[in-house]
Design a protein around this ligand. Sequence first.
Ligand SMILES: Cc1cc2nc3c(=O)[nH]c(=O)nc-3n(C[C@H](O)[C@H](O)[C@H](O)COP(=O)(O)O)c2cc1C
Length: 478
Amino acid sequence: MTKFDLREWLETAWASGQLEMVKGADAALEIGAASQLNYKRKVPKALLFDDIKGYPPGYRVLTGSVSNPNLLGRTLNLGSDLSDLELVEALRGKPQEWLEGSPDFSAYEVADGPVFENVVKKDEINFLDFPSPIWHEHDGGRYIGTGCAVITSDPDTGAINLGAYRMQVQDDGKAVSINAESGKHGFQHITKWFEKEGRAPVAATLGQHPVFLVVAGTEVPTGVSEMEYAGAILGEKVPFVRGPDTGLPIPAESELAFEGWLYPDRKRPEGPFGEWTGYYSGDVTPVLTVEVTGLFHRNDPVILGAPPGKPPHDYSYMRSVMKSAMATDALRGMGLAGVAGVWCHEVGGGRSIIAVAIQQRYAGHSRQAGYLTAQHPVTAYMNRFVIVVDSDINPRDLDEVMWAVSTRCDPARDIEIMHYSWGSRVDPLGLAGQPAYNTRALIDACRPFERLNDFPMVAESSAEVLKRVANKWPGLRE
Ligand SMILES: Cc1cc2nc3c(=O)[nH]c(=O)nc-3n(C[C@H](O)[C@H](O)[C@H](O)COP(=O)(O)O)c2cc1C
Protein backbone atom coordinates (compact mmCIF):
# COMPACT_ATOMS: atom_id res chain seq x y z
CA MET A 1 0.00 0.00 0.00
CA THR A 2 1.32 3.45 -0.88
CA LYS A 3 0.27 6.93 0.17
CA PHE A 4 -1.96 7.00 -2.95
CA ASP A 5 -4.34 4.37 -1.56
CA LEU A 6 -7.76 5.90 -0.97
CA ARG A 7 -8.56 3.29 1.70
CA GLU A 8 -5.88 4.66 3.99
CA TRP A 9 -7.04 8.22 3.34
CA LEU A 10 -10.57 7.15 4.34
CA GLU A 11 -9.34 5.51 7.54
CA THR A 12 -7.47 8.57 8.73
CA ALA A 13 -10.31 10.91 7.76
CA TRP A 14 -12.69 8.67 9.72
CA ALA A 15 -10.39 8.44 12.75
CA SER A 16 -10.11 12.23 12.91
CA GLY A 17 -13.86 12.80 12.70
CA GLN A 18 -13.67 14.35 9.21
CA LEU A 19 -15.75 11.68 7.50
CA GLU A 20 -19.46 10.96 7.87
CA MET A 21 -21.28 7.87 6.63
CA VAL A 22 -24.62 8.22 4.84
CA LYS A 23 -26.52 4.98 4.28
CA GLY A 24 -29.48 4.14 2.07
CA ALA A 25 -29.38 7.11 -0.34
CA ASP A 26 -30.60 6.87 -3.93
CA ALA A 27 -27.96 7.64 -6.58
CA ALA A 28 -30.70 9.52 -8.42
CA LEU A 29 -30.72 12.98 -6.77
CA GLU A 30 -30.35 12.00 -3.09
CA ILE A 31 -26.55 11.68 -3.10
CA GLY A 32 -26.33 15.03 -4.90
CA ALA A 33 -28.76 16.81 -2.59
CA ALA A 34 -27.20 15.38 0.60
CA SER A 35 -23.80 16.51 -0.68
CA GLN A 36 -25.16 19.99 -1.37
CA LEU A 37 -26.51 20.27 2.18
CA ASN A 38 -23.03 19.35 3.39
CA TYR A 39 -21.24 22.00 1.26
CA LYS A 40 -23.44 24.72 2.75
CA ARG A 41 -22.37 23.82 6.30
CA LYS A 42 -19.94 26.21 7.93
CA VAL A 43 -17.30 23.48 7.86
CA PRO A 44 -18.27 20.69 5.46
CA LYS A 45 -17.02 17.14 5.98
CA ALA A 46 -16.30 14.29 3.62
CA LEU A 47 -19.38 12.12 3.05
CA LEU A 48 -19.16 8.42 2.28
CA PHE A 49 -22.36 6.97 0.83
CA ASP A 50 -22.86 3.24 1.35
CA ASP A 51 -25.79 0.82 1.00
CA ILE A 52 -26.81 2.85 -2.02
CA LYS A 53 -30.28 1.90 -3.21
CA GLY A 54 -30.09 -0.90 -5.77
CA TYR A 55 -26.32 -1.51 -5.38
CA PRO A 56 -24.38 -4.08 -3.39
CA PRO A 57 -23.26 -2.87 0.06
CA GLY A 58 -19.65 -1.67 -0.22
CA TYR A 59 -20.16 -0.02 -3.63
CA ARG A 60 -19.62 3.50 -2.35
CA VAL A 61 -19.50 7.15 -3.42
CA LEU A 62 -17.31 9.72 -1.66
CA THR A 63 -17.99 13.49 -1.88
CA GLY A 64 -16.68 16.58 -0.08
CA SER A 65 -13.18 15.07 -0.04
CA VAL A 66 -11.35 18.41 -0.22
CA SER A 67 -14.03 20.71 1.12
CA ASN A 68 -12.35 22.01 4.27
CA PRO A 69 -8.82 23.01 5.37
CA ASN A 70 -8.28 19.83 7.36
CA LEU A 71 -9.22 17.53 4.47
CA LEU A 72 -7.37 19.56 1.84
CA GLY A 73 -4.29 19.91 4.06
CA ARG A 74 -4.26 16.15 4.65
CA THR A 75 -4.73 15.46 0.94
CA LEU A 76 -1.82 17.76 0.05
CA ASN A 77 0.46 16.30 2.72
CA LEU A 78 0.66 19.69 4.45
CA GLY A 79 -0.81 18.66 7.79
CA SER A 80 -4.17 17.52 9.02
CA ASP A 81 -4.95 20.10 11.66
CA LEU A 82 -4.57 23.32 9.76
CA SER A 83 -6.96 26.22 10.03
CA ASP A 84 -7.96 27.92 6.81
CA LEU A 85 -5.32 30.65 7.21
CA GLU A 86 -2.62 28.16 8.22
CA LEU A 87 -3.32 26.14 5.09
CA VAL A 88 -3.05 29.22 2.90
CA GLU A 89 0.26 30.04 4.61
CA ALA A 90 1.51 26.46 4.26
CA LEU A 91 0.75 26.58 0.53
CA ARG A 92 2.95 29.61 -0.13
CA GLY A 93 5.55 28.68 -2.71
CA LYS A 94 4.43 25.04 -2.75
CA PRO A 95 3.10 24.87 -6.34
CA GLN A 96 6.49 26.06 -7.62
CA GLU A 97 8.28 23.61 -5.31
CA TRP A 98 6.10 20.72 -6.54
CA LEU A 99 6.65 21.75 -10.13
CA GLU A 100 10.42 21.80 -9.71
CA GLY A 101 10.34 18.56 -7.71
CA SER A 102 8.22 16.64 -10.24
CA PRO A 103 11.13 15.17 -12.28
CA ASP A 104 12.31 13.35 -9.13
CA PHE A 105 8.98 11.56 -8.83
CA SER A 106 8.51 9.72 -12.13
CA ALA A 107 5.65 7.27 -11.86
CA TYR A 108 6.77 3.62 -12.06
CA GLU A 109 5.17 0.59 -13.64
CA VAL A 110 4.03 -2.43 -11.64
CA ALA A 111 2.79 -5.68 -13.17
CA ASP A 112 -0.29 -5.91 -10.99
CA GLY A 113 -2.25 -3.73 -8.59
CA PRO A 114 -5.49 -3.60 -6.59
CA VAL A 115 -7.29 -2.02 -9.59
CA PHE A 116 -6.94 -5.37 -11.40
CA GLU A 117 -8.77 -7.28 -8.63
CA ASN A 118 -11.70 -7.39 -11.04
CA VAL A 119 -11.24 -7.26 -14.80
CA VAL A 120 -14.60 -7.01 -16.56
CA LYS A 121 -14.86 -8.66 -19.97
CA LYS A 122 -15.43 -6.26 -22.85
CA ASP A 123 -18.95 -7.46 -23.64
CA GLU A 124 -19.95 -7.36 -19.96
CA ILE A 125 -18.96 -3.75 -19.31
CA ASN A 126 -21.78 -1.77 -17.76
CA PHE A 127 -21.08 1.51 -15.94
CA LEU A 128 -24.54 1.30 -14.43
CA ASP A 129 -23.30 -1.65 -12.34
CA PHE A 130 -21.68 1.10 -10.26
CA PRO A 131 -23.55 3.89 -8.48
CA SER A 132 -23.61 6.65 -11.10
CA PRO A 133 -25.34 9.67 -9.62
CA ILE A 134 -27.82 12.05 -11.13
CA TRP A 135 -26.35 14.96 -9.19
CA HIS A 136 -28.77 17.80 -10.00
CA GLU A 137 -32.46 17.67 -10.92
CA HIS A 138 -32.03 18.92 -14.48
CA ASP A 139 -28.86 17.02 -15.40
CA GLY A 140 -29.16 15.21 -18.71
CA GLY A 141 -28.13 11.86 -17.27
CA ARG A 142 -25.95 9.94 -14.84
CA TYR A 143 -22.47 11.37 -14.32
CA ILE A 144 -20.08 8.71 -13.08
CA GLY A 145 -17.13 10.99 -13.81
CA THR A 146 -16.82 14.16 -11.77
CA GLY A 147 -13.91 13.72 -9.33
CA CYS A 148 -12.19 11.68 -12.00
CA ALA A 149 -8.89 11.87 -13.87
CA VAL A 150 -8.86 11.32 -17.63
CA ILE A 151 -5.49 9.99 -18.80
CA THR A 152 -4.21 10.91 -22.26
CA SER A 153 -0.84 11.00 -23.98
CA ASP A 154 0.92 13.26 -26.44
CA PRO A 155 1.48 11.15 -29.58
CA ASP A 156 4.71 13.03 -30.36
CA THR A 157 6.42 13.10 -26.97
CA GLY A 158 4.62 10.39 -25.00
CA ALA A 159 3.95 12.94 -22.21
CA ILE A 160 1.03 11.91 -20.01
CA ASN A 161 -1.75 14.23 -18.90
CA LEU A 162 -4.41 13.81 -16.24
CA GLY A 163 -7.44 16.10 -16.48
CA ALA A 164 -10.76 16.10 -14.63
CA TYR A 165 -13.44 16.24 -17.33
CA ARG A 166 -17.05 15.35 -16.65
CA MET A 167 -18.22 11.97 -17.89
CA GLN A 168 -21.82 11.02 -18.59
CA VAL A 169 -22.92 7.41 -18.83
CA GLN A 170 -23.96 6.63 -22.43
CA ASP A 171 -25.31 3.73 -24.50
CA ASP A 172 -27.28 2.20 -21.58
CA GLY A 173 -24.13 1.86 -19.51
CA LYS A 174 -21.76 0.54 -22.15
CA ALA A 175 -19.91 3.82 -22.67
CA VAL A 176 -19.15 7.25 -21.26
CA SER A 177 -18.73 10.61 -22.95
CA ILE A 178 -15.79 12.86 -22.05
CA ASN A 179 -16.41 16.58 -22.07
CA ALA A 180 -12.92 18.13 -22.35
CA GLU A 181 -13.20 21.79 -23.29
CA SER A 182 -11.11 22.96 -26.21
CA GLY A 183 -7.75 24.30 -25.07
CA LYS A 184 -7.47 21.81 -22.20
CA HIS A 185 -4.40 19.59 -22.34
CA GLY A 186 -6.45 16.41 -22.70
CA PHE A 187 -8.36 17.96 -25.61
CA GLN A 188 -5.07 18.94 -27.28
CA HIS A 189 -3.73 15.39 -26.93
CA ILE A 190 -6.92 13.89 -28.36
CA THR A 191 -6.92 16.30 -31.32
CA LYS A 192 -3.28 15.46 -32.10
CA TRP A 193 -4.05 11.73 -32.07
CA PHE A 194 -7.02 12.27 -34.39
CA GLU A 195 -4.81 14.15 -36.84
CA LYS A 196 -2.06 11.52 -36.74
CA GLU A 197 -3.89 8.21 -36.31
CA GLY A 198 -7.60 8.88 -36.73
CA ARG A 199 -8.35 7.73 -33.18
CA ALA A 200 -7.11 8.53 -29.67
CA PRO A 201 -6.34 6.19 -26.76
CA VAL A 202 -7.83 7.23 -23.45
CA ALA A 203 -8.06 5.86 -19.91
CA ALA A 204 -9.62 7.23 -16.75
CA THR A 205 -9.78 6.61 -13.05
CA LEU A 206 -13.20 7.21 -11.49
CA GLY A 207 -12.28 6.58 -7.87
CA GLN A 208 -8.88 7.35 -6.33
CA HIS A 209 -7.00 9.35 -3.68
CA PRO A 210 -8.30 12.96 -3.81
CA VAL A 211 -4.80 14.26 -4.59
CA PHE A 212 -5.50 13.12 -8.15
CA LEU A 213 -8.67 15.20 -8.18
CA VAL A 214 -6.64 18.23 -7.10
CA VAL A 215 -3.91 17.79 -9.72
CA ALA A 216 -6.21 16.67 -12.53
CA GLY A 217 -8.69 19.45 -11.78
CA THR A 218 -6.16 22.27 -11.61
CA GLU A 219 -4.14 23.88 -14.41
CA VAL A 220 -0.78 22.20 -13.93
CA PRO A 221 1.54 23.64 -16.65
CA THR A 222 1.89 21.81 -19.97
CA GLY A 223 4.60 19.18 -20.18
CA VAL A 224 4.47 18.24 -16.47
CA SER A 225 2.66 14.98 -15.88
CA GLU A 226 0.12 15.28 -13.09
CA MET A 227 1.24 11.81 -11.91
CA GLU A 228 4.69 13.22 -11.19
CA TYR A 229 3.21 16.36 -9.72
CA ALA A 230 1.06 14.21 -7.39
CA GLY A 231 4.24 12.30 -6.53
CA ALA A 232 6.00 15.54 -5.59
CA ILE A 233 3.03 16.54 -3.40
CA LEU A 234 2.92 13.29 -1.43
CA GLY A 235 6.70 12.72 -1.57
CA GLU A 236 6.31 9.27 -3.11
CA LYS A 237 6.29 7.97 -6.69
CA VAL A 238 2.95 6.84 -8.13
CA PRO A 239 2.79 3.14 -9.04
CA PHE A 240 0.84 2.44 -12.21
CA VAL A 241 -0.38 -0.53 -14.23
CA ARG A 242 -0.65 -0.36 -18.00
CA GLY A 243 -4.03 -0.58 -19.67
CA PRO A 244 -3.75 -3.91 -21.54
CA ASP A 245 -5.23 -2.44 -24.74
CA THR A 246 -4.07 1.19 -24.89
CA GLY A 247 -0.85 0.89 -22.87
CA LEU A 248 -1.82 4.04 -20.94
CA PRO A 249 -0.73 4.25 -17.29
CA ILE A 250 -3.49 3.82 -14.68
CA PRO A 251 -2.75 4.44 -10.98
CA ALA A 252 -2.37 0.91 -9.59
CA GLU A 253 -4.46 1.65 -6.50
CA SER A 254 -7.31 3.18 -8.46
CA GLU A 255 -10.74 2.03 -7.25
CA LEU A 256 -12.42 1.93 -10.65
CA ALA A 257 -10.84 2.62 -14.04
CA PHE A 258 -11.35 1.99 -17.73
CA GLU A 259 -9.57 2.35 -21.04
CA GLY A 260 -10.66 2.63 -24.64
CA TRP A 261 -10.58 4.72 -27.80
CA LEU A 262 -12.09 7.97 -29.01
CA TYR A 263 -13.00 8.51 -32.68
CA PRO A 264 -13.74 11.95 -34.15
CA ASP A 265 -17.24 10.99 -35.26
CA ARG A 266 -18.23 8.82 -32.30
CA LYS A 267 -20.28 11.31 -30.31
CA ARG A 268 -23.39 11.12 -28.14
CA PRO A 269 -25.79 13.81 -26.91
CA GLU A 270 -24.45 15.14 -23.60
CA GLY A 271 -25.69 17.50 -20.88
CA PRO A 272 -27.08 19.68 -19.56
CA PHE A 273 -25.10 19.53 -16.31
CA GLY A 274 -25.12 21.74 -13.21
CA GLU A 275 -21.76 23.48 -13.44
CA TRP A 276 -19.33 25.42 -11.23
CA THR A 277 -20.67 28.76 -12.48
CA GLY A 278 -23.83 27.93 -10.53
CA TYR A 279 -25.95 27.32 -13.64
CA TYR A 280 -26.80 24.40 -15.85
CA SER A 281 -24.48 24.47 -18.81
CA GLY A 282 -25.99 25.02 -22.22
CA ASP A 283 -27.95 22.66 -24.37
CA VAL A 284 -27.57 19.00 -25.15
CA THR A 285 -24.64 18.76 -27.58
CA PRO A 286 -22.80 15.86 -29.21
CA VAL A 287 -19.68 14.98 -27.20
CA LEU A 288 -16.88 12.48 -27.85
CA THR A 289 -17.81 9.09 -26.43
CA VAL A 290 -15.36 6.31 -25.61
CA GLU A 291 -15.42 2.90 -27.17
CA VAL A 292 -14.57 1.16 -23.91
CA THR A 293 -12.30 -1.87 -24.22
CA GLY A 294 -11.46 -2.54 -20.58
CA LEU A 295 -13.00 -1.93 -17.16
CA PHE A 296 -11.14 -2.66 -13.93
CA HIS A 297 -12.08 -2.27 -10.28
CA ARG A 298 -11.17 -3.12 -6.75
CA ASN A 299 -13.50 -5.16 -4.60
CA ASP A 300 -16.12 -2.80 -3.14
CA PRO A 301 -14.99 0.20 -5.19
CA VAL A 302 -15.36 3.78 -4.03
CA ILE A 303 -16.28 6.34 -6.70
CA LEU A 304 -14.95 9.82 -6.06
CA GLY A 305 -17.71 12.35 -6.72
CA ALA A 306 -17.00 16.06 -7.01
CA PRO A 307 -20.21 17.66 -8.28
CA PRO A 308 -20.04 21.35 -9.08
CA GLY A 309 -23.01 23.75 -8.70
CA LYS A 310 -23.76 27.16 -7.26
CA PRO A 311 -20.79 27.92 -4.99
CA PRO A 312 -19.86 26.76 -2.45
CA HIS A 313 -19.82 23.37 -4.18
CA ASP A 314 -17.78 20.20 -3.84
CA TYR A 315 -14.40 21.53 -4.89
CA SER A 316 -14.81 25.32 -4.81
CA TYR A 317 -12.77 25.60 -1.60
CA MET A 318 -9.96 23.52 -3.10
CA ARG A 319 -10.12 25.43 -6.39
CA SER A 320 -9.94 28.79 -4.68
CA VAL A 321 -7.06 27.91 -2.33
CA MET A 322 -5.02 26.02 -4.96
CA LYS A 323 -5.55 28.55 -7.74
CA SER A 324 -4.60 31.41 -5.46
CA ALA A 325 -1.34 29.70 -4.47
CA MET A 326 -0.56 28.74 -8.09
CA ALA A 327 -1.37 32.19 -9.44
CA THR A 328 0.81 33.89 -6.81
CA ASP A 329 3.71 31.60 -7.71
CA ALA A 330 3.09 32.04 -11.44
CA LEU A 331 3.15 35.85 -11.31
CA ARG A 332 6.25 35.90 -9.12
CA GLY A 333 7.83 33.24 -11.34
CA MET A 334 7.41 35.51 -14.37
CA GLY A 335 9.38 38.17 -12.58
CA LEU A 336 6.48 40.52 -11.83
CA ALA A 337 7.67 42.76 -9.00
CA GLY A 338 5.81 43.57 -5.81
CA VAL A 339 3.18 40.78 -5.82
CA ALA A 340 1.75 40.94 -2.28
CA GLY A 341 -0.96 38.32 -2.83
CA VAL A 342 -3.51 36.87 -5.24
CA TRP A 343 -6.93 35.54 -4.39
CA CYS A 344 -9.19 33.61 -6.75
CA HIS A 345 -12.58 34.04 -5.10
CA GLU A 346 -14.82 31.09 -4.32
CA VAL A 347 -17.97 32.95 -5.45
CA GLY A 348 -16.45 33.10 -8.92
CA GLY A 349 -15.64 29.39 -8.83
CA GLY A 350 -11.97 30.34 -8.32
CA ARG A 351 -11.85 31.60 -11.90
CA SER A 352 -14.15 34.48 -12.74
CA ILE A 353 -13.11 37.01 -10.07
CA ILE A 354 -9.45 37.31 -9.18
CA ALA A 355 -8.00 39.99 -6.91
CA VAL A 356 -4.30 40.80 -7.10
CA ALA A 357 -2.57 42.97 -4.49
CA ILE A 358 0.66 44.70 -5.46
CA GLN A 359 3.16 47.09 -4.00
CA GLN A 360 3.25 49.61 -6.87
CA ARG A 361 6.80 50.21 -8.10
CA TYR A 362 6.42 52.08 -11.41
CA ALA A 363 3.86 53.71 -13.70
CA GLY A 364 2.00 50.96 -15.56
CA HIS A 365 2.75 48.31 -12.94
CA SER A 366 -0.86 47.81 -11.87
CA ARG A 367 -2.10 47.41 -15.46
CA GLN A 368 0.70 44.95 -16.18
CA ALA A 369 -0.27 42.87 -13.14
CA GLY A 370 -3.88 42.86 -14.35
CA TYR A 371 -3.16 41.86 -17.94
CA LEU A 372 -0.73 39.13 -16.92
CA THR A 373 -3.20 37.67 -14.44
CA ALA A 374 -6.07 37.78 -16.92
CA GLN A 375 -4.13 35.86 -19.57
CA HIS A 376 -1.64 33.64 -17.74
CA PRO A 377 -2.26 29.93 -18.55
CA VAL A 378 -2.94 29.27 -14.85
CA THR A 379 -5.73 31.83 -14.62
CA ALA A 380 -6.89 32.60 -18.18
CA TYR A 381 -9.67 30.01 -18.57
CA MET A 382 -13.06 31.65 -17.93
CA ASN A 383 -11.70 34.60 -16.06
CA ARG A 384 -14.10 37.56 -16.19
CA PHE A 385 -12.78 40.17 -13.75
CA VAL A 386 -9.28 40.85 -12.50
CA ILE A 387 -9.21 43.49 -9.80
CA VAL A 388 -5.80 44.96 -8.98
CA VAL A 389 -5.47 46.58 -5.56
CA ASP A 390 -2.69 48.18 -3.53
CA SER A 391 -0.93 46.08 -0.93
CA ASP A 392 -2.79 47.72 1.99
CA ILE A 393 -5.89 45.82 0.76
CA ASN A 394 -6.35 42.16 1.64
CA PRO A 395 -7.18 40.54 -1.73
CA ARG A 396 -9.06 37.74 0.06
CA ASP A 397 -11.51 40.13 1.69
CA LEU A 398 -14.15 41.02 -0.92
CA ASP A 399 -15.44 43.91 1.20
CA GLU A 400 -12.00 45.50 1.23
CA VAL A 401 -11.51 44.81 -2.46
CA MET A 402 -14.85 46.42 -3.33
CA TRP A 403 -14.05 49.39 -1.08
CA ALA A 404 -10.90 49.90 -3.14
CA VAL A 405 -12.96 49.61 -6.34
CA SER A 406 -15.42 52.19 -4.99
CA THR A 407 -12.75 54.69 -4.03
CA ARG A 408 -9.62 54.17 -6.16
CA CYS A 409 -11.01 53.12 -9.52
CA ASP A 410 -12.16 55.79 -11.97
CA PRO A 411 -14.30 53.75 -14.40
CA ALA A 412 -13.54 56.03 -17.34
CA ARG A 413 -9.80 55.47 -17.02
CA ASP A 414 -9.35 52.34 -14.92
CA ILE A 415 -11.44 49.64 -16.55
CA GLU A 416 -9.90 47.90 -19.55
CA ILE A 417 -11.85 45.40 -21.60
CA MET A 418 -10.23 42.40 -23.26
CA HIS A 419 -12.15 40.80 -26.11
CA TYR A 420 -12.07 37.33 -27.63
CA SER A 421 -10.49 35.67 -24.60
CA TRP A 422 -10.55 32.03 -23.46
CA GLY A 423 -14.12 31.33 -22.41
CA SER A 424 -16.04 28.14 -21.90
CA ARG A 425 -19.09 26.25 -23.02
CA VAL A 426 -20.28 26.39 -19.41
CA ASP A 427 -20.49 30.21 -19.47
CA PRO A 428 -24.13 31.11 -18.76
CA LEU A 429 -23.65 34.20 -20.98
CA GLY A 430 -22.38 32.11 -23.90
CA LEU A 431 -24.62 31.39 -26.87
CA ALA A 432 -25.14 27.84 -28.12
CA GLY A 433 -23.28 27.10 -31.32
CA GLN A 434 -20.97 30.12 -31.01
CA PRO A 435 -17.23 29.82 -30.33
CA ALA A 436 -16.55 29.93 -26.59
CA TYR A 437 -14.84 33.33 -26.43
CA ASN A 438 -15.49 35.64 -23.57
CA THR A 439 -14.87 39.26 -22.68
CA ARG A 440 -13.03 40.23 -19.53
CA ALA A 441 -12.48 43.39 -17.54
CA LEU A 442 -9.36 44.52 -15.79
CA ILE A 443 -10.40 46.77 -12.93
CA ASP A 444 -7.47 48.84 -11.75
CA ALA A 445 -8.41 49.75 -8.18
CA CYS A 446 -4.94 50.96 -7.22
CA ARG A 447 -4.28 54.56 -6.34
CA PRO A 448 -2.99 56.31 -9.48
CA PHE A 449 0.79 55.89 -9.48
CA GLU A 450 1.43 59.61 -9.95
CA ARG A 451 -0.71 60.37 -6.89
CA LEU A 452 0.72 57.82 -4.51
CA ASN A 453 2.24 60.55 -2.34
CA ASP A 454 -0.74 62.88 -2.15
CA PHE A 455 -3.75 60.53 -2.41
CA PRO A 456 -6.14 61.20 0.54
CA MET A 457 -5.15 59.27 3.63
CA VAL A 458 -7.26 56.33 4.76
CA ALA A 459 -9.48 57.46 7.61
CA GLU A 460 -8.84 54.84 10.24
CA SER A 461 -6.77 54.61 13.39
CA SER A 462 -3.21 53.46 12.94
CA ALA A 463 -2.17 49.97 14.02
CA GLU A 464 -0.19 51.50 16.87
CA VAL A 465 -3.12 53.47 18.31
CA LEU A 466 -5.44 50.48 17.87
CA LYS A 467 -3.04 48.21 19.74
CA ARG A 468 -2.76 50.65 22.65
CA VAL A 469 -6.53 51.08 22.90
CA ALA A 470 -7.23 47.35 22.55
CA ASN A 471 -4.83 46.63 25.40
CA LYS A 472 -6.70 49.17 27.52
CA TRP A 473 -10.17 47.73 26.76
CA PRO A 474 -9.50 44.10 25.72
CA GLY A 475 -13.21 43.31 25.48
CA LEU A 476 -13.52 45.55 22.40
CA ARG A 477 -11.55 43.08 20.29
CA GLU A 478 -14.00 40.23 20.93
C1 LIG B 1 -14.60 17.98 -10.56
C2 LIG B 1 -14.11 18.73 -11.76
C3 LIG B 1 -14.80 18.63 -12.96
C4 LIG B 1 -14.35 19.28 -14.10
N1 LIG B 1 -15.03 19.14 -15.28
C5 LIG B 1 -14.51 19.66 -16.42
C6 LIG B 1 -15.11 19.39 -17.69
O1 LIG B 1 -16.13 18.73 -17.80
N2 LIG B 1 -14.50 19.89 -18.79
C7 LIG B 1 -13.36 20.63 -18.72
O2 LIG B 1 -12.82 21.01 -19.76
N3 LIG B 1 -12.80 20.95 -17.53
C8 LIG B 1 -13.34 20.46 -16.38
N4 LIG B 1 -12.75 20.72 -15.18
C9 LIG B 1 -11.60 21.62 -15.12
C10 LIG B 1 -10.35 20.90 -15.56
O3 LIG B 1 -10.19 19.71 -14.85
C11 LIG B 1 -9.13 21.77 -15.33
O4 LIG B 1 -9.20 22.87 -16.20
C12 LIG B 1 -7.83 21.04 -15.51
O5 LIG B 1 -6.77 21.94 -15.42
C13 LIG B 1 -7.79 20.33 -16.83
O6 LIG B 1 -6.58 19.65 -16.96
P1 LIG B 1 -5.57 20.09 -18.09
O7 LIG B 1 -5.13 21.49 -17.72
O8 LIG B 1 -4.46 19.11 -17.95
O9 LIG B 1 -6.32 20.02 -19.35
C14 LIG B 1 -13.20 20.09 -14.02
C15 LIG B 1 -12.52 20.21 -12.80
C16 LIG B 1 -12.96 19.54 -11.69
C17 LIG B 1 -12.18 19.67 -10.40
